[in-house]
Ligand binder design. Structure first.
Ligand SMILES: *Cc1c(COP(=O)(O)O)cnc(C)c1O
Length: 215
């Protein structure tokens, strides 16, 4: 893809896999880990911290306001900020419970499917429109806007999805030059994501093996 190797970071998604696997990955130099459920992630992060490993946790999943208090305590970044009420709850909790800013990525929905989360490009609901969520995150105390994240819609080709996403990322960077991250690409579509400017791929099964539960 004519990208420099160091332009793309690997986030190993360890959901359903135990803390021992996180420690094994950390031993191999993989320090960025992703999880999508608070209950599982908080226990795993505590076990990894108790073992003395310094890692960076990325929270990737849909998030309810009542989980923010827990998430800000172990996660360094949340990739799934998709509404102003959630940004506000994360901000409140980050101010109270953290000593450094919580990295925040705004999750973009390319097809507007409300079941899968994500702000809508050009949307008109003030709580979930991309422009208003970006502005809210950027202004929120305790949060540091890093960029955007997306999952390719189920029945789109990865190239179609990531090409659109790349142009959205360009608009975002024009307005917020510090929001340079593009979190895109999973086991099944990371090549296309990297070809379209991804800076962070979130890879689970291709690193750790096929998960037994469908998640
Ligand atoms: C599970 C998950 C991934 C990793 O998926 P794989 O197909 O196993 O690589 C990436 N991003 C999110 C948001 C996830 O929930």
């Amino acid at each position: 893809a004519n990208r420099r190797f160091d332009e793309v970071s690997l986030i190993a998604v360890t959901k359903t896999y135990p803390a021992d696997d996180v420690l094994r990955l950390a031993g191999l130099g993989v320090r960025d880990l992703g999880e999508n459920r608070d209950q599982e992630a908080s226990a795993k992060a505590a076990a990894v911290a108790a073992a003395g490993a310094g890692v960076t946790w990325h929270f990737l999943g849909r998030l309810q306001r009542n989980k923010c208090r827990s998430v800000v305590r172990y996660a360094d970044l949340v990739h799934s900020v998709d509404r102003i009420v959630l940004a506000s709850a994360l901000s409140d909790m980050a101010v109270r419970h953290r000593t450094s800013a919580l990295g925040a990525l705004v999750q973009v929905s390319l097809d507007g499917d409300p079941g899968r989360g994500g702000t809508v490009v050009g949307g008109t609901d003030p709580d979930t429109a991309l422009a208003s969520v970006l502005a809210a995150v950027d202004a929120a105390p305790g949060l540091a806007l890093r960029g955007i994240m997306a999952v390719a819609p189920r029945d789109w080709s990865p190239d179609e999805a990531f090409e659109q996403l790349q142009s959205v990322a360009g608009f975002v960077r024009a307005e917020y030059p510090h929001a340079s991250w593009l979190s895109a690409g999973m086991s099944g579509d990371l090549e296309s994501a990297v070809a379209h400017g991804s800076t962070h791929v979130r890879v689970g099964s291709a690193v750790l093996g096929k998960r037994s539960a469908l998640r």
